[in-house]
Design a protein around this ligand. Structure first.
Ligand code: HEM
Length: 125
């Protein structure tokens, strides 16, 4: 059972970030229909990613003591989640986003995602 949660966690987090990045681009270029689709998908996968992450911790609670990597990773994931929800609400309220802010967020989110993968796969500390 653990392997299923494990595999789906990885599949779901990759889907989340993929749709989050697509959502930011759709929002930036005022593509309303795409913004709705990618925005809803990103929030949906965000929720499942956290659910499966918490399930993985419950399977093996000692992992919480395995080092700082997990704590830093969860902190960064929470920052990404807050950003995702914040921009989706802004999008729903039909508020526009500046081109520069969207571009910065897009690349920053990508880099945070890569760093989370690095932290999880290498577990440097
Ligand atoms: C963008 C967000 C995330 C990404 C990219 C990500 C990625 C991954 C990857 C690639 C693995 C497999 C690592 C391996 O092969 O050992 C993993 C495992 C794990 N993830 Fe995540 N994750 C994310 C969010 C979260 C969150 C929010 C939680 C907790 C609430 C979490 C908890 C865990 C745990 C506990 C494991 C390790 C399971 C184990 O080895 O016992 N992850 N994650």
């Amino acid at each position: 059972m653990f392997m299923y949660y494990f595999a789906f966690h990885v599949i779901v987090v990759v889907s989340w970030i993929l749709f989050l990045l697509q959502f930011i681009k759709a929002y930036q270029y005022h593509k309303i229909a795409q913004g709705y689709i990618f925005g809803i998908l990103s929030i949906f996968f965000l929720i499942i990613a956290f659910y499966l992450g918490i399930k993985l911790i419950m399977f093996n609670e000692s992992i919480l003591k395995s080092g700082g990597w997990l704590h830093l990773k969860i902190t960064l994931a929470v920052i990404l989640a807050i950003e995702n929800i914040y921009y989706f609400i802004k999008f729903l309220l039909k508020k526009s986003i500046s081109n520069k802010i969207a571009e910065i967020n897009y690349w920053l989110d990508y880099l945070i995602f890569v760093f989370i993968l690095f932290l999880t796969l290498i577990r440097p500390f």
